[in-house]
Each structure stands twice: as C-alpha cells, then as structure tokens.
Design a protein around this ligand. Structure first.
Ligand code: ACM
Length: 265
C-alpha cells in the first residue's frame, strides 16, 4: 500500500521563497510516499508578460527544485510540483518529478496551454512521460491538459498507475471530470489545485481549489474545499490500476479498436 496526496496552497504572486516555504510547511505535517503540489505553486499564476515569466522562471538548479529535493530526501516523500521553468531563451509551464531520495527524475512541460499562457510560455515539448517514484508509475498532466482526454489516455496507455494533476483551475469543471478520467483509464488521479484570488494589472482570477484523489472506480478518496490551504492523503494499492478488466469478457485496454479511431490522430 502507498500513501499519495495533494498539497492545496494559496501562493502570493512573485513571492517564490515564501510560497515554497509555506508549501513545505504544510507538507511536513503528513506522512506520504508521493505528494503533488499545484501548477506554478512557487510563483503564482497571473503573469502579465513573458518578461515577468522570464524573471521568475528557474532551472532545475534553482531554489524551488533544490528546496523540494531537500524536502523529499528528508521525508522520504516523492514530489511532483509545478513551476515556471527557464531553459535558454525558452520558458515553460512545467512540473518536476523528484523521487523519494531527493533525486530529480525529470520534467514534464505543459502540452496544452490555456488562454493567455499562449502569449507567456513556450508550448511543452516533452510529451507525456512516466516516472518511477516511490515504487509507483506516475504520469503528469498540468491543468488545462485535462480537457483533452488524450492526455490521461496517453499516460494510462504508457503504464501510469497514478496521474498527478498540478493545477490552477479558473473553471470549475476538472474536479467533476477527473474522477471520470480515472474511471475510463482505470488509474488513480491526484488533482492538486490552488485556492484564492489573484488581482494584478487590472485582471482578476479566482481559483477553485477542490483538490482531490480519485480511484479507478471513480470514488473520491479525499477532497479539499474550494477555499484555503489543505493537505489530503489517501492510502492506495497502485496495482489496482494494472487491472483493466471490468468483467470476464471486457478489458478496457485490449477491447479498444484503434483501427477505427483514425480521426483521433
Ligand atoms: C489552466 O490551465 N491553468 C487553466
């Protein structure tokens, strides 16, 4: 059995040190094998320009990943956390995967950019990847990736047992959809959303919180409220996600008819 969870935070825009410290403070109160932190949990979400992103973005040698690696190693907890990533001239809306020894296993860069993110970030180029973390096969999608069922499907077909879903939800739909994605792919999903409101440059965004853990049968194992900071952890058997059968005659993966799905690609 494994303990997986989310850390729902309410970051202050631009206050990277403060936001990372607060997230680690919250996470230090629980025992878990894997914890998922929100999209851009270190910087906040409401960037006004690409220049602003460039200033706050970091590499994997930056403060954010360093501090999260230290946390992982100290607590033997694998971490997935969204952050603004700089790589040369490019900036990505990314998530880092850190194993339970504190080693960085890799990065996922958001595939489907939402609204003005298209003006702020470069489109992700990593594709959907699987990371071996704390004895589980974990895939990542970031926020708006949820609206494309191909994201979760690709991860599940690649062997994910758990899909980590760091988010800054500005629409209320993903907490309803994620349990369905978990069901149709027979995986666990950890939605780690932020809460609160950001107001900058005449713009205002409200975030929906409601972080959750869903199991392969669409059960909600734990869910946070819309407001506030909260850590939620559930004990799971990740091997349940390896069984795609729903009865003696149906297996939702081997019953697929990709030859008839050509329009999808
Ligand atoms: C979003 O993709 N952060 C809405």
């Amino acid at each position: 059995m494994k303990r997986i969870g989310f850390v729902q935070t309410n970051p202050e825009f631009g206050m990277v040190e403060r936001n990372v410290r607060r997230a680690i403070e919250l996470a230090s109160n629980v025992e878990a094998d894997l914890l998922v932190f929100p999209e851009l949990f270190n910087t906040g979400y409401l960037f006004l320009s690409r220049e602003e992103v460039r200033k706050l973005a970091e590499g994997t040698d930056g403060l954010t990943v360093r501090k999260m690696s230290e946390f992982s190693a100290e607590h033997s907890t694998a971490v997935i956390a969204g952050f603004a990533e700089r790589d040369g001239d490019k900036v990505y809306n990314s998530a880092v995967a850190i194993d339970e020894s504190g080693d960085v296993r890799g990065i996922y860069r958001k595939t489907h950019l939402f609204f003005e993110e298209k003006l702020l970030f470069d489109p992700g180029d990593t594709g959907f990847k699987i990371f071996e973390l704390a004895g589980m096969r974990v895939g990542i999608m970031i926020c708006f990736d949820w609206i494309f069922p191909e994201s979760a499907r690709t991860l599940a077909l690649s062997g994910a047992q758990v899909i980590a879903h760091p988010s800054c939800l500005v629409m209320p739909y993903a907490p309803k959809v994620d349990p369905v994605r978990a069901f149709e792919n027979r995986v666990f999903i950890v939605l780690a959303d932020r809460s609160g409101v950001e107001e900058r440059g005449g713009k205002r965004l409200r975030y929906y919180g409601m972080s959750l853990i869903a199991d392969p049968k669409m059960n909600l194992l734990v869910q946070a409220p819309e407001e506030g900071e909260q850590v939620g952890v559930a004990e799971i058997d990740p091997s349940l996600a390896d069984d795609k059968r729903i009865n003696e005659l149906n297996d939702i993966f081997s019953d697929r008819r990709p030859g008839l799905y050509a329009r999808i690609c």
